[in-house]
Design a protein around this ligand. Structure first.
Ligand code: GLV
Length: 293
């Protein structure tokens, strides 16, 4: 289990470097509890929404993360969820274990085809692109929404409304920021096709879960497949767990042995560089090296 907040605030006193994961909230209070000697914060994650980066920058502390090494693993998970939700793999598995499998039936657990369908990718960075690359091999049409990205792997840029109106699958690949919090709300879901499947391997906070519950319960969209929730872990009384058309896994996007090894290594390299006062191999606030406070 991650350390309790009080324990963290106590143990952090006097440290020169902080190596954390996404389970720790690294805010101004924690940085101040560490003390003015704190030289570096290194997170073993690509997302840094759990770190108050402006607070670190204001204190001249570089923040390291682990991009690149987890791109393929996370894109694989997005695709695993896409396929599982489309072809109702987990529902089928539960069906057998519940003793319900009596015969083959032409209409048993019918799902969706990938070939010829449209995949809409929101956020076309490294992971979004890697998902597009996989979709090409499945003969999907790929469109994306990302005002700052350039097209790749045959994917066409579109505005968000067009993406929602045309996509059979919508996959989220944006960071959680104040601008993306609850991007997926009732209005967003209402613009999706009734057969659409939502895939989230980004951050739980990007989705308004109450709105998603309503959309799934009323079959306004076909299904959702979530690697991330808000909060994590998802409480056992979450209404999402009542729904057959909501597939949820416990934040496993980068969880392959090799990827986690590479993430650990990169996080350690970031930490060591920061302790030596050198530039981090991967730094989200490189401006700290230009203008010391
Ligand atoms: C995982 O979610 C990460 O940000 O690395």
């Amino acid at each position: 289990m991650p350390p309790a907040r009080e324990q963290l605030l106590e143990k952090v006193k006097g440290v020169d470097g902080l190596l954390c994961t996404l389970t720790e909230r690294v805010d101004a209070e924690l940085m101040d509890a560490a003390g003015p000697q704190l030289k570096v914060i290194s997170s073993m994650s690509v997302g840094v929404d759990h770190v108050d980066v402006p607070a670190a920058t204001a204190r001249g502390i570089p923040v390291g993360n682990t991009p690149g090494v987890l791109t393929d693993a996370t894109a694989d998970m997005a695709f695993a969820l896409l396929l599982s939700a489309a072809r109702r793999v987990v529902e089928g598995e539960k069906y057998i274990r519940a003793g319900k499998w009596k015969t083959w039936h032409p209409q048993l657990l019918l799902g969706a085809d990938l070939a010829g369908s449209t995949l809409g990718i929101i956020g076309f960075g490294r992971i979004g692109e890697a998902v597009a690359k996989r979709a090409q091999g499945f003969d999907m049409r790929v469109i994306f929404h990302d005002p700052t990205a350039t097209p790749a792997f045959g994917a066409q840029p579109v505005d968000l409304d067009t993406l929602l109106h045309e996509s059979d699958f919508v996959s989220l690949h944006i960071p959680l920021t104040p601008n993306t919090k609850h991007l997926v709300n009732a209005d967003f879901l209402a613009k999706m096709k009734p057969n659409a499947i939502l895939i989230n391997t980004a951050r739980g906070g990007v989705v308004d879960q109450a709105a998603l519950y309503d959309a799934l319960k009323s079959n306004q969209i076909f299904a959702a497949a979530l690697d991330v929730t808000d909060p994590e872990p998802l409480p056992m009384d979450s209404p999402l767990l009542e729904l057959e058309n909501c597939l949820i896994v416990p934040h496993l996007g980068s969880a392959s042995q090799r990827t986690r090894d590479l993430m650990s290594q990169l996080a350690a390299e970031n930490l060591l560089a920061g302790l030596k006062g050198e530039r981090l191999p991967n730094c989200v606030n490189p401006e700290v090296f230009l203008s010391p406070p």
